[in-house]
Structure formats: C-alpha cells, structure tokens
Write a protein that binds this ligand. Sequence first.
Ligand code: SF4
Length: 297
Amino acid sequence: MLDSYANIDRRYLPQIADRRVSSDGTRKYVLQLHDGALVETVGIPHGNASDPRRLTVCFSTQSGCAMGCAFCATGKLGLTRNLEPAEMVWQVALVGSNFGHRADSAIAMGQGEPLANYAALVESLGFMNGAQGFGIDKRDLVVSTCGIPNGIRAFAEDGVPATLAVSLHAARQELRDKLMPGVRAFPLARLRSELARYNEVSGKRVIIQYLMLDGINDQDEDFEAIEQFCRGLDAHVSLLRFNRADGIPFAPSAFGRMLVWSAELNQHGIPASINKPRGADVDAACGQLASQLNQAG
Ligand code: SF4
C-alpha cells in the first residue's frame, strides 16, 4: 500500500535507459524496470526549460499495450505487462528529479490502457494526490483511456481524484473499429451513454481527445459525427496534432483544418481547443522510442 514516501518500494525504481531532449525542452525517457521491461515517460516543462515554472509528467501504466491502435507505435509492440503502483509513482518522481522540479501535474497517457490496470492506477493516483505523497491537485491529474465502459463507470463511482480524458479519434463506428481495434467490442453508443452517466455521477466534464489524421478522420462527415457525439455531453474537445512515425502510415491534418474544426465546434456550443504538440523532434509520440530500442536490442 502506497501511503508515504517510506513505503515506495525501492526495487521498483526504474533506470534511465535513454533520454532525448527536444528543442522545446521536452524530455523523453525510456525507463527500464527491475525485470528488464521498458516503458516511456515524458517530462514537459512550461516556461523556461532549464528552470520551469511548471512541470507535467506523462507516465505509462503498462509496458507495451494490447489495444493495437493503428496510429500508435506502442500498439505494434503488444503488451508486456501491467505496472505496479510504485512503478507509476517512480516515473513521476524520477522525471521531477531529472528536471530538479517537482511535478505539478501528471497524465496517464504514456504506454498502456490505464483502465486495463485499474486497481494499480487508482492506488498510484491516490498517492500522487495525497498530502503524504506528491500533493498534486486532483484537477492536475488526468487519465486518458480508449473508452472501456466498465472502467469509466468505476472511475466515476469510486470518485478517483483525476480528470477523465477519452481518446475518441473517430466518431464513425466503422472508422473507429479500424483505427482502434482494441475497443471494437464497445460501440460508440455505449461509450456515449457511459460518458453521460460519468457527467451525472461525478459532476465533472470529460475531455474528448481527437488525433487529426489527414484524409482519414478529418472529413466533413467526421466533423458531423463528432459534433453529434458531443452534443448534450459536458465535454471539452482537445484536437491533437499527429507526430509522424516510421511504419505508421498516417500524416497530420493541415493546421488550418484543425483551426476550422476548433472554431466550428465552439460555434456549435462544444468547447474545443487545439493541443500544441510538444517534443515532436524526439519521437515523443507514444511508443516511438521504446520500439526503436526494442528493434536495436
Ligand atoms: S494509443 Fe494508447 S491505448 Fe492505443 S495502442 Fe497506443 S498506448 Fe495503447
């Protein structure tokens, strides 16, 4: 049980196997766990990179991932194993130590589907939020899921101290099934009703993440589908720019297209913004570095 620093098992402290620093100050790490499994962790400084005002850590919840998303390098690795709560906490502590700045926010958006490792995730978030742990405000803890309905229900009912973000990436069923085969069993209609329930039970807004892929999910029919999906939900749409990756046959949508989508969603009464990409020059998209190390090893 993680309830104080003294209880974080030192055996789970990872080693830095590789670190790359982006021109924007973002640091991407490949960490080696005690049994040799690899994970990726990203440190994103805000303000001056060598003396940041704030530091966000994007941490992994699994080594590899079973979800097989078509746009993700980790999806090609497959799942190695679930992470222990201490292995999640150590990622955040290690990156903070490397920057010489405590993490102000932490996002479960590295390798893995967080809700597929639910109990360990919740324990780690409790520590990150707790006064005996990192003391990170619950509004600054975010969990990004592909959208596993039972997990979303538990997340709301358990009052997990974090904000829920859902990777939508397509609001047309046929396209989503191709892009995100790991959630094929959970149709969009079920996901939507679970998110409405999440709004009701938690009283919180959900973040809808949408990675815009040129000519794939950024057509007029896709806009209509996402507008329809979000209508009536308490949701904020975060449009994400794709980082190109070797072996992944997609390209980012034109920035103008993203601007138009953002403006039009807002006009339709759906809050939306464009998420500025960080660390694109160091393969900061999920799975890109670990897969290079795996290929080299
Ligand atoms: S995007 Fe996330 S859920 Fe999908 S394969 Fe990659 S790590 Fe897994």
